[in-house]
Design a protein around this ligand. Sequence first.
Ligand code: E4P
Length: 217
Amino acid sequence: MKFFADTADTAEIRELAATGLLDGVTTNPSLIHKSGRKFVEVVKEICAITPGPVSAEVVAMDHETMMREANVLRAIADNVCIKVPLTVDGLKTCKALTSEGTLVNVTLCFSANQALLAAKAGASFISPFVGRWDDIGTDGMSLIADIRQIYDNYDFGTEILVASVRHPIHVLEAAKIGADVMTAPPAVINKLFDHPLTAKGLESFAADWAKTGQTIG
Ligand code: E4P
């Protein structure tokens, strides 16, 4: 499973890239607002940090304006992936962009039928938001399982990008279902390293090693 960082914070992205775990980045208008930086400038910087897909979202509601915005964004770097909403105009834009070889991430997906539409529109990625589904008392992961089954039934090439990931259980469940990608805030990805027995074992090995009085090299 590929790991994307769901952030527009370039310091966090650099740290994650240094671990070798970073396969791409997703941003959205709220994350750009949080960064306090100019959209085009921050996307350019992120694209220089990672060679993987960097999602940059259009904000228009109509196809023509979405295309104009996409043209500005895809000119930033070859690894820009245009993020469009799951609407009629968003999917028209998806079809037009992917036909021209541009990567497209269809966002704000909340049903398996929506995911089916995105695949038929040639989306490179579909982003079902599991955390926001959980927030309204439904099981977000059941959506991922349904989309996996549908995409496998018809051999769609669209990658399932699990979004709105809030904690390690979301990552585990997404991996068990066979999602292609998950995007999470770096804080969630960093939690995956943690296990109390790893920390305890390391502590006792370090203590015993100190008693040997040896050094390596
Ligand atoms: C995905 O691309 C979105 O940016 C993101 O995962 C949304 O997450 P949230 O529901 O925590 O805002």
